[in-house]
Design a protein. Sequence first.
Length: 141
Amino acid sequence: MSKAMHNRDCKLVNKLHQIQNKQEVLKIKLVNIDTDEAIAERVKGAYTFWSRFKGLMLTESMPENEALHISPCTAIHTFFMKYSIDIIYLNKEKEIVGIEEYLEPGRIGKKFMNVKSVIELPAGTIRNTSTAVGQKVNLDD
């Protein structure tokens, strides 16, 4: 690896670490409207280019009862991650149009029609809740 490439890679990693610390923590929870069940108690938002780019890359884990809402976003990957996640794919009405459970690190998520945003959750969250395709969710205070 050339010195220039190494320096560029180091700068990118530093930028990603800065972004990780700046993700917007929302004081809201993710609620399944159809079941009135809380899916996540604390939601972080990734609504800027860099925060969407960073996502969960280079994080050690995702705490229980947390979620990352990425918008706009139509597809995800788990490159540079160290743990599996669950994903909820939402259309513009916040209806669930796709679900993936236990997506392992280094994978590309499935493609679903009409996706406008995604919610990334700790692996096992979907299995432990009554979340299903066709249901609607809300981000509540």
